[in-house]
Design a protein around this ligand. Structure first.
Ligand SMILES: [Zn+2]
Length: 113
């Protein structure tokens, strides 16, 4: 389960940013998670709650915004939306889709004190 290490990475990031941006408490966090990122949102949220305890993110509310998988079909020469990394192109059915987005996770917004 790599969600635990992802959660630790996020809380670490929040602690690092606290010095630079001068906040002492994290109230809400918005996470953008791509459909192709391979992240199990339910278990990530569970891990975040556990990892946040006794940090400046203790009690923070985490919001998840899903980002669709985006690819470029080499056969059609057009951008397409895909559900999984090795999906066929929804337009032509060929497996010549290069992933161009929606394959990562990031903190998109913070509400802090
Ligand atoms: Zn295609």
């Amino acid at each position: 389960m790599h969600e635990m290490s992802l959660a630790e990475g996020i809380v670490q990031l929040l602690e690092d940013q606290a010095g630079a941006q001068q906040y002492r408490k994290v109230r809400q966090v918005w996470l953008t998670i791509g459909e192709l990122a391979g992240v199990e949102v339910e278990s990530l949220l569970f891990c975040l709650e556990a990892v946040s305890r006794d940090t400046l993110a203790d009690g923070a509310i985490y919001h998840v915004v899903r980002e669709p998988g985006q690819g470029w079909c080499l056969a059609c020469s057009q951008p397409v939306v895909i559900q999984a990394r090795y999906d066929a192109c929804p337009a032509c059915g060929r497996h010549q889709v290069q992933v161009t987005g929606g394959d990562d996770m990031r903190v998109s917004e913070l509400e802090v004190d």
